[in-house]
Design a protein around this ligand. Structure first.
Ligand SMILES: *[C@@H]1O[C@H](CO)[C@@H](O)[C@H](O)[C@H]1NC(C)=O
Ligand SMILES: *[C@@H]1O[C@H](CO)[C@@H](O)[C@H](O)[C@H]1NC(C)=O
Ligand SMILES: *[C@@H]1O[C@H](CO)[C@@H](O)[C@H](O)[C@H]1NC(C)=O
Ligand SMILES: *[C@@H]1O[C@H](CO)[C@@H](O)[C@H](O)[C@H]1NC(C)=O
Ligand SMILES: *[C@@H]1O[C@H](CO)[C@@H](O)[C@H](O)[C@H]1NC(C)=O
Ligand SMILES: *[C@@H]1O[C@H](CO)[C@@H](O)[C@H](O)[C@H]1NC(C)=O
Ligand SMILES: *[C@@H]1O[C@H](CO)[C@@H](O)[C@H](O)[C@H]1NC(C)=O
Ligand SMILES: *[C@@H]1O[C@H](CO)[C@@H](O)[C@H](O)[C@H]1NC(C)=O
Ligand SMILES: *[C@@H]1O[C@H](CO)[C@@H](O)[C@H](O)[C@H]1NC(C)=O
Ligand SMILES: *[C@@H]1O[C@H](CO)[C@@H](O)[C@H](O)[C@H]1NC(C)=O
Ligand SMILES: *[C@@H]1O[C@H](CO)[C@@H](O)[C@H](O)[C@H]1NC(C)=O
Ligand SMILES: *[C@@H]1O[C@H](CO)[C@@H](O)[C@H](O)[C@H]1NC(C)=O
Length: 691
């Protein structure tokens, strides 16, 4: 597959070949996201007033470069200008960098293949041929096409170097690749929805379970069922009742789908952190779980320590853990199977708790910051694994920036190609997986091969946009000041602990040394918030990354990236504007609970919003509806009219439950103190370690 989706459509006599790059992302060549220029670009004026990678200084540079070419032919001048100005395109990093190598001109599309899925394979769309036809016999000084050729300052024609169009296009032509797009003469666009997005007036919730889970993952069969996992190590399969049915999630707590609680070590920030059925689960029954274990209490809990001689880290120098030793606790991904329990895997209600295969094991230096979510990429089928910096205030050993450790990284594994034990040993892998051939290591061998992106503190909850799978979003928990949401790109460095969010960061101690700001190209968050903006008490904030809302249930929320603060008192909607720019505007959302919620929500006296507990995760079901998975239960985002929120795009049918009195007028039967007890009793997890 190589990250491409091939769709061949026979349309009359016309063969249309649609090619779509899957991980295309807006990003500038300096690893920053585009900005909405506040000045007009006088030269590259087609990028005027829109998101762009150029400011007026860069615009002037391009103009100077263009003038130095002294191109007399107007047709050629126009096409060369458009190529130079592609530097201003919001996708300029992908246009001007191919496999980590910078280019003077982008790959010129020689066939269909732009990121525009509607483009077709017709001769007239061969942009590379157009360039040749317009410019081959035209004199160009300081020609950008002459790189690698004997003389560059002299006036040259393309025909000085290439005999023919095919020769020229062998050098400059090509198609979009997984991490790069070719230039076709127009701005790069992705799957545009064409809808005008605006902020929802509020988030309406219903509570459908009071169970305390950390993960919810829909069943791959497309049904209304989902897996629910608690941090203690139990995983259930349950049906999610239809909206408006009044039903709640009924699961038989004594009959889990899979019970790993004998292996899982559960404590503050330690437990079962991720579950993922294989994309072909219906055929192969493969089911994966990520959790922490204690090597003192389970012989299966044995792996190399992440603090080791390869990174000049001596475990005995790490501060002793209370009641343990460095790397006593391990981070594990293990594979289980639902095959064999029934002839039809879709109807399997349990998996065999005997581990089929160990995918990954790594000893942890401290007890906190090891994220632990697992996700299969919808476009590439590879397994992504989120790992925090390993803990300690300010990442004292600078693990997140160290390319030779997996701490503070997002990893990417191929679990469909399992090497032999000898190969695993020879390659120094941490388990039974192989390395996808397009992991960034293949261009930057200083990275461990498992690494997809680096510079994270504690990437807490990531998701792929179900409409644009190239948008891979993660919340990354901050230290003292800033909680961030990142748009993850291949090989990207998200800055910690050179930066905390957009701010430079200085750790209180740094026995592991420092990385200088000018030695990295840190990618800044696309969204986030200062701690002070959600709670006056310093440090009382921790981001929980969410989802792009793609359900039709709340049409006013459609297209927003919805994310949360752990404390359940602040939720944001982020809207990318302009589309495909990587520029997000965000807004805090009001939220409340529908009066006809199947389980009545808890309101503290006088509060306009319900007490939700800790928002540990958000989740998306097979209908694209979004859920809050909190320490007090499972909440679904429902139609805004059920909470009397205005949404002009919503069609309120007579059968819909009628809007009710405003929630703030409802009083709670629980006192503030009782609520606090409910909250604290439900889950101690995450507290302390998250900060
Ligand atoms: C335009 O943006 C730059 C920074 O990007 C800022 O320094 C400048 O003040 C802004 N100008 C106006 C008119 O807003
Ligand atoms: C860019 O801005 C300038 C100055 O406002 C204007 O004259 C020009 O028409 C704009 N170009 C485009 C393509 O919008
Ligand atoms: C630019 O090209 C024109 C002819 O098109 C020529 O007269 C002029 O000398 C050239 N300028 C330079 C700096 O070479
Ligand atoms: C370029 O010039 C050569 C010779 O003058 C001619 O044969 C050829 O057709 C020209 N190519 C184009 C693309 O105009
Ligand atoms: C496009 O260019 C690439 C790279 O030179 C080449 O492999 C491919 O065959 C070309 N495709 C077409 C349709 O010309
Ligand atoms: C991309 O597709 C849109 C329609 O979805 C079309 O309007 C636009 O012209 C296309 N862009 C290019 C460069 O073909
Ligand atoms: C989007 O909104 C703008 C201004 O509000 C309007 O001009 C435009 O027609 C709208 N586009 C669509 C597709 O609704
Ligand atoms: C949880 O909800 C169920 C109904 O789904 C109810 O029977 C049970 O009492 C509730 N438990 C608590 C602690 O509220
Ligand atoms: C499922 O189990 C059956 C019987 O144990 C075995 O023959 C088959 O190969 C298994 N299928 C997969 C995909 O593992
Ligand atoms: C397999 O099980 C699912 C869920 O129970 C059911 O919907 C489906 O019809 C079954 N398929 C076959 C071939 O029995
Ligand atoms: C690979 O999986 C097998 C079976 O679970 C296990 O015995 C072995 O230790 C694993 N290898 C590694 C390097 O984890
Ligand atoms: C566009 O959407 C389709 C289906 O919704 C998806 O398969 C494809 O990967 C998307 N393309 C991009 C570039 O995100």
């Amino acid at each position: 597959m190589g990250g491409f989706a091939f769709i061949i459509i026979l349309f009359g006599n016309l063969l249309l070949l649609l090619l779509k790059p899957c991980s295309t992302l807006p990003l500038c060549t300096d690893s920053t996201f585009p900005v909405k220029a506040n000045t007009t670009l006088t030269f590259c004026s087609s990028y005027n007033g829109t998101a762009s990678c150029c400011d007026s200084a860069e615009d002037l540079n391009l103009q100077t470069q263009f003038q130095s070419m002294n191109i007399s032919n107007p047709g050629c001048a126009a096409i060369v200008k458009s190529i130079l100005c592609a530097k201003c395109d919001p996708f300029s990093a992908e246009l001007f960098t191919v496999k980590s190598t910078a280019r003077t001109v982008p790959v010129l599309c020689n066939s269909t293949v732009s990121a525009n899925s509607t483009q077709t394979n017709q001769a007239s769309d061969n942009f590379c041929a157009k360039v040749w036809n317009q410019c081959s016999n035209v004199s160009i000084m300081n020609s950008p096409f002459a790189t690698g050729q004997p003389s560059t300052s002299k006036s040259t024609e393309l025909t000085n170097f290439w005999q023919s169009q095919s020769g020229f296009c062998n050098t400059f032509g090509g198609a979009s690749l997984d991490d790069s797009v070719c230039y076709d003469g127009a701005q790069v666009t992705l799957n545009n929805t064409g809808t005008n997005l605006s902020f929802p007036s509020g988030m309406c919730l219903e509570q459908i379970s009071n169970g305390s889970y950390m993960n919810m993952v829909p069943h791959p069969d497309g049904s209304s069922r989902a897996f629910f996992a608690n941090p203690q190590g139990q995983i259930w399969l349950a049906n999610i009742p239809e909206q408006g049915s009044g039903g709640t999630i009924q699961l038989e707590s004594s009959v889990p789908f899979l019970d790993l609680s004998n292996y899982v070590y559960y404590d503050t920030e330690l437990g079962l952190t991720g579950i993922a059925p294989h994309p072909n689960f219906l055929q192969n029954g493969r089911f994966f779980a990520a959790f922490n274990c204690d090597k003192a209490s389970w012989p299966g809990c044995v792996g190399r320590c992440s603090c080791n001689s390869a990174i000049n880290c001596d475990p005995s120098n790490l501060p002793a853990l209370s009641g343990g030793q460095p790397c006593q606790y391990q981070s594990v991904i293990a594979e289980y199977s639902a095959n064999g329990t029934t002839s039809n895997i879709s109807s399997a209600t349990s998996a065999n708790p005997t581990e089929v295969r160990r995918i990954f094991t790594m000893g942890l230096p401290f007890t906190n910051h090891h994220a632990g979510q697992i996700l299969f990429g919808p476009a590439d089928g590879y397994l992504y694994f989120m790992m925090g910096d390993g803990g300690g205030t300010g990442d004292p050993y600078n693990f997140a920036q160290n390319k030779k450790t997996l701490l503070g990284k997002i990893m990417r594994f191929d679990v469909d190609t399992i090497p032999s034990a000898a190969e695993i040993n020879q390659l120094g892998l941490w388990g039974n997986y192989s390395i996808p051939s397009d992991n960034p290591y293949y261009e930057d061998s200083s990275l461990l091969p498992e690494i997809w992106a680096l510079g994270f503190r504690n990437p807490w909850r990531c998701s792929f946009d179900s409409l644009k799978p190239s948008y891979f979003m993660c919340g990354d928990v901050g230290q003292e000041v800033y909680e961030e949401v990142d748009l993850i790109t291949r090989g990207g460095n998200y800055g910690w602990r050179v930066y905390e969010g957009p701010y430079l960061y200085t750790p209180p101690t740094s026995p592991g040394g420092n990385t200088s700001a000018n030695s990295i190209r840190g990618i800044f968050p696309v969204m986030g918030y200062n701690h002070s903006s959600v709670n006056k008490q310093e440090n009382a904030a921790s981001v929980t990354g969410g989802y792009f809302y793609r359900s039709t249930t709340d049409p006013c929320m459609y297209g927003s990236y919805v994310y949360a603060d752990l404390y359940g008192a602040a939720f944001w909607a982020g809207i990318e504007n302009p589309e495909d720019s990587g520029i997000f505007n965000q807004s805090l959302m009001q939220f409340t609970c529908a009066a006809d919620s199947p389980i009545k929500c808890t309101f503290v006296n006088g509060s306009s919003y319900p007490t939700l507990g800790y928002v540990l995760s958000l989740a998306e079901d097979n209908n694209k509806d979004i859920y809050l998975i909190t320490s007090s239960g499972v909440y679904r985002i429902v139609a805004p009219s059920r909470c009397s929120y205005t949404c002009s795009k919503e069609t309120v049918t007579p059968s819909s439950p009628s809007p009710t009195s405003t929630p703030s007028s409802r009083t709670s039967r629980l006192s503030l103190r009782e609520n606090a007890i409910l909250l604290c009793a439900s889950l101690v997890l995450i507290l302390l370690g998250f900060f």
